[in-house]
Design a protein around this ligand. Structure first.
Ligand SMILES: Cc1ncc(COP(=O)(O)O)c(C=O)c1O
Length: 406
């Protein structure tokens, strides 16, 4: 991989803030966008603005073609088939479509881990409150790695759904998804994978894993914000109830009823974010062009460099196995005596190093597993980051810890 050449694709990486270059380490939240994605979005607005599947003029025909093509590109990225990808506005919406689409009954059990993003927790809490379904936690180890024994002890014949974070946005750890899916299916349970932090970073093959649902976001994989996808096995999407209904979601309307449209329109209610969707497709193309294997391998070298730098800082506590084979280039850290928010502000103001501090929407894990109730500092890297950037980050952080740490 030629990183210098890749960095040329990202105009924002060359922007100066306060007269100095920037280091962008907030990729688990939102990634930067290459020119190819920006061009795809702009061309929709500049060349053929219209809506999908309705009008018959040239702009509308082109929008329909490009929007359908975007679904195919995103499907190809995860080895899904035609009719198995629904566009959403983010991963959260995709999970809510499943939570509201499956007919859960009182007593049906839903398992999540203790490491979930709130997006894969609150919809199940809500279901528990409203439908009497039962949500249970599967404990992860404190370093964020999956605990197979805890899972096998929790799953039983009442388990209707196993909904796990595929790769954590806090500890960068990835679960053995294929093995988990096999066990879940043996108990008759469905499997949903929250792959918001997986699809951007490594090859994902839904057929090989044999998951039933998989969700991810466009904005964490070089695509525009307000884009995401739900993968579902076709027969499951066909059986599922619609969550939001109205325009686009119907094939036929009678006196007081309707026949749902084909997938994906069945779940894509109202006029869509066409520019975003087309940009999402361009992002999928961009990643496939670089190669997810190449991205994964390069990120291991970044992770190794980051972990060894962090381990040299006295008084810094870094969560995760800190092994590049087990953890992507994202680490939650805490430093005795200084709040993560203060460090994030100092890094921003003194060195243009942008990263995130707080709970990272994983409140349960912070509060109940690692007991970091004030939150953690989280550098999260992507394939356009470099070892030189890591060196600058480590030396700046070391200085901050020396000056303010206890
Ligand atoms: C692991 C994980 N799941 C879900 C989400 C929610 O994604 P979205 O903002 O696309 O709904 C995030 C976002 O940070 C995440 O990291």
């Amino acid at each position: 991989m030629n990183i210098e050449k890749i960095r040329e694709d990202f105009p924002i990486l060359h922007k100066k803030v306060r007269g100095k270059p920037i280091i962008y380490f907030d990729n688990s939240c939102v990634t930067l966008k290459p020119q190819q994605v920006i061009d795809a979005i702009v061309s929709y607005y500049m060349e053929y603005t219209a809506c999908h599947g309705r009008s018959l003029h040239a702009f509308a025909t082109k929008t329909t073609e490009k929007y359908d093509e975007a679904h195919e590109k995103v499907a190809k990225l995860i080895h899904a088939e035609h009719g198995e990808i629904v566009f959403t506005k983010n991963a959260t919406e995709a999970i809510n479509i499943v939570a509201n689409g499956i007919s859960f009954k009182k007593g049906d059990k839903i398992l999540t881990t203790t490491l979930e993003h709130n997006s894969n927790l609150i919809p199940w809490f809500k279901l528990q409150k409203e439908k009497g379904a039962i949500h249970e936690f599967v404990d992860v180890n404190t370093d964020g790695t999956f605990n197979m024994e805890a899972f096998e002890n929790k799953i039983d014949s009442h388990t209707k759904l196993v909904s796990f974070v595929f790769t954590s946005n806090v500890t960068g750890t990835t679960i053995p998804a294929k093995e988990i899916a096999k066990i879940a299916h043996d108990y008759g349970a469905l499997v949903l994978l929250d792959a918001a932090q997986t699809v951007p970073h490594r090859p994902v093959d839904v057929k090989q894993i044999d998951c039933d649902f998989l969700v991810f976001s466009g904005h964490k994989m070089c695509g525009p914000s307000g884009t995401g996808a739900l993968y579902g096995k076709r027969h499951l999407l066909e059986e599922m109830n619609q969550f939001i209904v109205g325009g686009e979601t119907v094939a036929k309307v009678t006196h007081d009823d309707w026949v749902p449209a084909e997938i994906p329109a069945k779940f894509e209610a109202g006029l869509q974010n066409y520019a975003g969707a087309i940009g999402f497709g361009a992002a999928a193309d961009y990643l496939m062009h670089i190669g997810l294997d190449n991205i994964h391998e390069y990120e291991k070298t970044l992770a190794k460099h980051l972990f060894s730098g962090l381990q040299e800082i006295d008084g810094l506590n870094a969560y995760g196995p800190l092994d590049p084979e087990k953890q992507g280039p994202v680490v939650a850290c805490s430093i005795k005596g200084i709040s993560a928010h203060d460090i994030a502000i100092i890094l921003d103001e003194t060195a243009n190093i942008f990263l995130r501090s707080g709970m990272h929407c994983a409140h349960y894990f912070h509060q109940n597993v690692i007991h970091e109730t004030e939150g953690t500092l989280r550098p999260s890297l992507y394939f356009y980051n470099t070892e030189e950037e890591i060196d600058t980050f480590i030396s700046t952080l070391s200085e901050i810890v020396k000056t303010f740490g206890k």
